[in-house]
Design a binder for this molecule. Structure first.
Ligand code: SAH
Length: 250
């Protein structure tokens, strides 16, 4: 059995209880060393074997899984954040399927949630935005044209942009096709890690602010009016509003 486990954004305590238990029981742990803290491995049992997938290609990862599984060993494949977002797990699951090896997926706290927590803002504010767009700029992995940043920006929703800290000037240009220059933007470098950095800026100033901090990778870029102060209070906790669990005060 192979367990794909979301390690969370950085802080080792931001893994699920289920994920931690699987690490404790694993014989083999394959971890994405670039953004998974190796401190997770301190929870493994004596004699567990570790592989850093940052230095391995897909076939090597699959070989480790196949050999361990044939010996009836428990394998944890530890991915950063939540594995369903830019985790490259589909190709691994499909290959395991073909080999007849069973697997399961344990979700994790994605870096976009961790970044929102670090800046203490809610992404879905009533009257401001009820939609969150998770996206990235094209890099070596292309993005379908229908999902280009200028086309997504037309919604002026709350956006969480992954894998794009090295391209902030062109990202800002893309965003300015629809967002106002005064729109707030937060760049959260290594959310929840000890060396986390937060830059709060606006689209018109962020390029120089990010340059001054020297951030070129490992950052979440959060954009939208949800970063401002104005919004309507929620209906859910409005004292006049009835829900399945509570009758509103008349
Ligand atoms: N599956 C991961 C994303 C992997 S892609 C998740 O759910 O978060 C790697 C990108 O995620 C990085 O380029 C960066 O944009 C973002 N990222 C991952 N961990 C981060 C962190 N702790 N702080 C800020 N951004 C992070």
């Amino acid at each position: 059995m192979i367990a794909f486990v979301g390690a969370g954004p950085g802080d080792v305590d931001l893994i699920t209880v289920k994920g931690r238990k699987l690490i404790e029981e694993a014989d083999v742990i394959i971890y994405a060393g670039s953004l998974v803290d190796s401190a997770h491995l301190n929870f493994a049992k004596e004699g567990a074997r570790f592989f850093n997938s940052a230095t391995m290609h897909l076939d090597e990862v699959l070989d480790v899984m196949r050999i361990a599984d044939s010996r009836k060993e428990k394998v944890v494949r530890l991915h950063t954040g939540d594995p369903s977002v830019y985790g490259a797990i589909q190709e691994q699951m499909d290959a395991l399927e073909e080999m007849g090896i069973s697997y399961k997926v344990v979700p994790g706290v994605s870096s976009f949630s961790a970044a929102a927590a670090s800046i203490e803002r809610e992404l879905t504010l009533p009257g401001v935005s009820q939609t969150v767009i998770l996206t990235r700029k094209a890099g070596r992995t292309l993005v379908p044209e229908k999902e280009s940043i200028p086309s997504l920006a037309t919604h002026r929703a709350s956006m969480c942009i992954f894998l794009s800290a090295g391209q902030i000037p062109s990202l800002v240009e893309d965003l300015l096709t629809s967002y106002e220059p005064t729109t707030p933007i937060a760049v959260v470098y290594k959310a929840s890690w000890a060396d986390e950095k937060i830059i709060r800026s606006t689209l018109e100033h962020v390029v120089e602010d990010v340059k001054a901090e020297g951030i070129t990778k490992h950052a979440q870029i959060l954009v939208g009016d949800f970063l401002k102060g104005d919004y309507e209070k929620s209906k859910l906790y409005d004292k006049h509003f009835s829900t399945d669990f509570r009758k509103g005060v008349q």
